[in-house]
Design a binder for this molecule. Structure first.
Ligand SMILES: Cc1cc2nc3c(=O)[nH]c(=O)nc-3n(C[C@H](O)[C@H](O)[C@H](O)COP(=O)(O)OP(=O)(O)OC[C@H]3O[C@@H](n4cnc5c(N)ncnc54)[C@H](O)[C@@H]3O)c2cc1C
Length: 380
């Protein structure tokens, strides 16, 4: 075993850290307050190679390993979890699925611009009545010969209005239940595709979350990914990797809050000494540091297994569940360590606390992760 990052992974971490501090930190409070998507910064993330990190260079990707991806996600999430979720969706939910299961023509047309970040994508599985129970898809795709006619509504879609390319799941054979779900590539601007209302959220307020409506949307047959009925399996495979991205986002939110709390504890004087010299604060810092390290190890292990081509479903669920709970706990303690200053926007930790909450909800709630893990244990 080797617990050191390689030189390449360290270089990725340094580049992501420099970019976050120089380009994401300025304006992050205003973007959160006014719910502004970091458009220019996301474009720059594409130029720097963060939007298609693991994609084969022949499709304009970075050809990197999943540990590099986790490392970059941690650094970017420390500063701006909204920019990070856009990056995570593009890398793990859209590019990965297309590269692994798309045809060469689909990769040439869609993966290439997505991997270089000239455009970004969205993953459209959830519906008003299908969240944790993603099998209950009501969106219907009817076979019309050379195309499908699609009707339905998708909810909570990250990058909903800013994306150009959408992976959409729909029922092609409702009688077959989840075995009748298929996956399609949809371009923004096609007739029958409407972007619905923007969600006004608790956290990750700079991220772009919308509902989407499809009314007699025509999807050409060549835009189906895999066979008819392959969609649910595809979505579950994609979400294994997606959970790793969200685990890394949670890790970054936690470590960002911890670093701020540690620095503040050395500066703030009460009763004649820095608060870091009070044992109650030291114990909080010790717990935060230990739990973040444990979350990081779970993330790296899941990434390692993924890169080895081994089963990592349970490992990524564990990483996501643990890291998201650490993010919530750590950010609450970071606010506490800041006292009253933690309760106002200027010190960043209240935003990180609000941002942490979503990591326990999307791409499978904490309850769903426990189901995934326990199923895997009981299968052994
Ligand atoms: C900001 C944001 C961004 C999102 N981005 C996307 C996106 O890009 N693409 C996309 O497709 N979706 C996205 N989602 C949707 C997200 O994945 C779902 O909200 C999530 O899976 C939960 O589904 P739900 O909201 O319908 O809650 P429900 O499934 O209704 O769950 C409600 C509660 O019941 C619990 N529960 C449900 N079933 C069980 C069970 N069997 N056992 C125990 N407890 C259970 C849940 O854990 C939860 O606590 C996003 C959501 C948000 C809020």
């Amino acid at each position: 075993m080797d617990f050191e990052l390689t030189e390449e992974q360290q270089a990725v971490r340094d580049a992501a850290r420099e970019f976050s501090r120089n380009q994401l930190l300025p304006g992050v409070i205003e973007r959160d307050t006014q719910a502004i998507f970091p458009e220019e910064q996301v474009r720059e993330m594409g130029r720097l190679g963060f939007m298609g990190m693991m994609v084969d260079p022949k499709y304009n990707g970075g050809g990197m390993d999943s540990i590099s991806y986790v490392v970059a996600m941690e650094e970017i999430s420390k500063i701006d979890a909204s920019a990070a979720v856009c990056m995570s969706v593009n890398n793990s939910l859209v590019c990965w699925g297309l590269e692994k299961y798309g045809t060469d023509a689909q990769k040439q047309k869609y993966l290439k611009p997505l991997a270089m970040g000239s455009v970004h994508g969205a993953f459209c599985l959830s519906e008003p009545e299908a969240g944790s129970d993603a099998t209950s898809q009501k969106t219907i795709a009817v076979d019309k010969g050379d195309h499908y006619l699609v009707n339905g509504t998708k909810n909570w879609i990250t990058n909903g209005s800013t994306a150009s390319i959408y992976l959409v799941f729909a029922q092609t054979d409702p009688a077959k239940l989840h075995k009748g779900i298929s996956a399609f590539i949809v371009e923004k601007g096609w007739g029958g595709f409407t972007v619905g209302k923007k969600e006004d959220k608790l956290g990750i307020r700079g991220s772009d979350t919308h509902s989407l409506m499809f009314t007699d949307l025509k999807i050409p047959k060549e835009n189906r990914i895999g066979e008819e009925g392959f969609g649910f399996h595809l979505a579950m495979k994609i979400l294994d990797g997606g959970r790793l991205g969200i685990a890394a986002q949670a890790l970054g939110i936690a470590s960002g809050a911890y670093e701020l709390a540690l620095a503040y504890s050395k500066e703030r004087i009460t009763f004649g000494k820095p608060i870091s010299q009070h044992q109650a604060i030291q114990f909080k810092l010790a717990d935060m540091c230990m739990e973040i390290e444990a979350a990081r190890m779970l993330c790296y292990k899941a990434a390692f297994l993924k890169d080895q081509g081994r089963d990592y479903t349970s490992a990524s669920a564990m990483a996501k569940l643990f890291a998201s709970e650490v993010a919530m706990k750590t950010t609450i303690e970071a606010v506490q360590i800041h006292g009253g200053y933690g309760y106002v926007k200027e010190y960043h930790v209240e935003r990180l606390m609000r941002d942490a909450k979503i990591t326990q909800i999307y791409e499978g709630t904490s309850e769903i992760q426990r189901i995934v893990i326990s199923r895997s244990i009981l299968r052994q």
